[in-house]
Design a protein around this ligand. Structure first.
Ligand SMILES: [Zn+2]
Length: 348
């Protein structure tokens, strides 16, 4: 992965290469951003630059420097085959690995997944790739213990020891505890890069130990992705919440409950975004991104979200997100959410 392949993050990248060139690399950093904006790709390009034997500095253009892409180190990192590059990621039991799953069981699959999506694959796509749609992937204590052992050993190639922890928010508390000391005082020439899209779900003990590299969000393709996928379902559901015909609503809720958990969470996050947009349209006249294909609905619905019900709607959606994240039964969570939103819409 090279910096030139990452869209819309030139400022962030230029700051990073400057720091690397100056030799002041801090040993634990967190790349904060969505995968679709290139957060994982950025972390990998960062490591490739760090190891590159012939860094290229551009006199012209908006990218100040990049890895050469040709030297043996670049080739090894870009193929994810560098012996001192270690990857940690959420995993779960599968058809093949029926108990005690760990990163070591899925290294090959994870490499394949990253290369196939050029580093832009999402957590949901990773779970699809593994075939664990309805399960929550995790980073376990055994994975953390393996990291500690690996980073305690000498580097094979005598250079940097590199570790990428993708989605550290999926680490449970015991895994995080296991890692604290390594994050705080790793061996010299060690770089630990955490990659996640939010700081909120990260355990505070971890958060306080990493330097955050914040990416620019939304380079244009994220909103449309979500709306294409979820808009029809959201609009169909909202219509039912006005009429509240139980039989239809029940069928709709069944459809929502049949999605994988990650998809359910994405749908709820998308709905939160849309509701906030509707509210901003009614209060501040900003454009709303609801696109049902039905002009009458698009013109009417945003007016339903007002200062009188936005908090109720937000609370209901956040409670549902929390419940789904804690493995609540989807059908009950979505039914309760339906009643709460229906009631809130009447309070406008
Ligand atoms: Zn190189």
């Amino acid at each position: 992965m090279q910096f030139k392949d990452i869209v819309g993050q030139r400022d962030v990248i230029n700051r990073l290469t400057e720091i690397i060139d100056s030799g002041r690399v801090s040993h634990a950093q967190m790349v904060l951003g969505d995968e679709r904006d290139g957060s994982l790709a950025l972390a990998l390009a960062y490591l490739q630059y760090l190891c590159c034997e012939h860094r290229v500095h551009h006199a012209e253009g908006d990218l100040r420097a990049d890895s050469c892409g040709e030297c043996p180190s670049c080739k090894k990192v870009s193929q994810l085959m560098h012996p001192d590059l270690h990857l940690v990621f959420p995993n779960a039991t599968t058809e093949r690995v029926k108990s005690n799953p760990s990163c070591a069981d899925f290294e090959g699959e994870f490499r394949e997944f990253i290369l196939a999506h050029k580093g832009l694959g999402t957590l949901e796509q990773w779970y699809d790739h593994l075939g664990v749609d309805n399960k929550q992937g995790m980073i376990r204590e055994s994975d953390a213990a393996q990291i500690v052992r690996t980073l305690g050993m000498k580097a094979y190639e005598g250079g940097w020891r590199m570790l990428v922890i993708w989605r550290p928010s999926r680490m449970n508390a015991s895994a995080a505890n296991e890692l604290l000391k390594t994050l705080e005082e790793p061996m010299p020439q060690t770089l630990i890069l955490l990659v996640d899209d939010s700081l909120e779900e990260l355990l505070p003990t971890i958060r306080s130990r990493v330097q955050v590299v914040r990416m620019k969000t939304g380079n244009g393709n994220r909103k449309t992705e979500g709306s294409e996928e979820f808009a029809p379902m959201l609009v169909g559901w909202l219509r039912m919440l006005f009429k509240l015909k139980m039989k239809e609503l029940s069928a709709q809720v069944d459809k929502m409950a049949a999605m994988g958990r990650e998809q359910q969470k994405q749908f709820l996050s998308y709905t939160l975004d849309v509701m906030r947009d509707c509210f901003l349209q009614t209060t501040a006249g900003l454009p709303c991104r609801i696109e049902s294909g039905d002009e009458k609905f698009d013109a009417m619905f945003p007016n339903m979200v007002t200062v009188n019900n936005i908090d109720l709607i937000n609370d209901a959606l956040n409670d549902a997100l929390f419940a789904i994240g804690r493995n609540a039964y989807g059908k009950i969570a979505f039914m309760e959410l339906s009643f709460r939103i229906s009631k809130a819409l009447k309070k406008r």
